[in-house]
Write a protein that binds this ligand. Structure first.
Ligand code: CTP
Ligand code: ZN
Length: 159
C-alpha cells in the first residue's frame, strides 16, 4: 500500500466540489450553510478531524454534482477561513480557490432579532456586515459574535 492509499480516508469524487482545509469541527456547519441535510439526495462525504500538514487537524466536505454560490462561499469564510474550494470534473481538480473574507454576507444567516424586517414575512434577504469580532445585521444592527455565527445559519434551506 502506498502512502497516498494509507492517507486517503474519503474517496475521490468524479464531479462536484471538495471543500478542503475546513477548520476541524466545522464540517456539519458547512453542510448547514450548503443547506444539505440528506433529504436532497446529494452524495456527500464528510471527513472530520483528519490529519493535515497545514492545520494539524481539518475537516473535509465533498459534494457530488454541486457547485457553491458566492453567498455560500462568503458565509463559509466566516467559519472556515482557511478553506479551499476545489471544483472537480472527471476526477480532476480543474479549479482551486481559497475562501476570502468579505465585507458583507447575504442570505444563509438569520438575524437573531425577531422584530427585524428580515424575520417578517417580507421578501427581504438577510445582509450582515462582517466586522473583526462578528457580523452585524445591516437592517437592525443586531450583532452576532464570531463564535455564535454557526448557530445562526438558516436551516430552512433558503440559501
Ligand atoms: N479530491 C477529490 N476527488 C478528486 C480530486 C481531488 O476528492 N477527484 C480531493 C482531494 O482528496 C483533496 C482535494 O480534493 O482533499 C484537493 O485535491 P488536490 O489538489 O489533488 O490535493 P492537494 O494538492 O493536497 O491540495 P492542497 O494543495 O489544496 O492541499
Ligand atoms: Zn436584523
Amino acid at each position: 500500500m502506498s502512502d497516498t492509499d494509507k492517507e486517503l480516508r474519503v474517496s475521490k469524487i468524479r464531479d462536484g466540489t471538495v471543500i478542503d482545509h475546513v477548520t476541524a469541527g466545522q464540517a456539519l456547519n458547512v453542510l448547514a450553510i450548503l443547506g444539505i441535510d440528506g433529504s436532497g439526495g446529494e452524495s456527500v462525504s464528510v471527513g472530520m478531524n483528519v490529519p493535515s500538514d497545514k492545520l494539524g487537524l481539518k475537516d473535509v466536505v465533498k459534494v457530488e454534482g454541486r457547485e457553491l454560490s458566492q453567498s455560500e462561499v462568503d458565509v463559509l469564510s466566516l467559519i472556515a477561513p482557511e478553506a479551499t474550494i476545489n471544483i472537480i470534473r472527471e476526477f480532476d481538480v480543474i479549479e482551486k480557490n481559497r475562501v476570502e473574507r468579505t465585507d458583507s454576507v447575504t442570505g444563509i444567516l438569520v438575524c437573531p432579532n425577531h422584530n427585524c424586517i428580515t424575520n417578517a414575512d417580507e421578501p427581504v434577504r438577510t445582509e450582515f456586515a462582517v466586522l473583526d469580532d462578528g457580523v452585524r445585521c445591516s437592517y437592525c444592527g443586531t450583532m452576532v459574535r464570531e463564535g455564535d455565527v454557526a448557530e445562526h445559519i438558516d436551516t430552512r434551506g433558503s440559501g
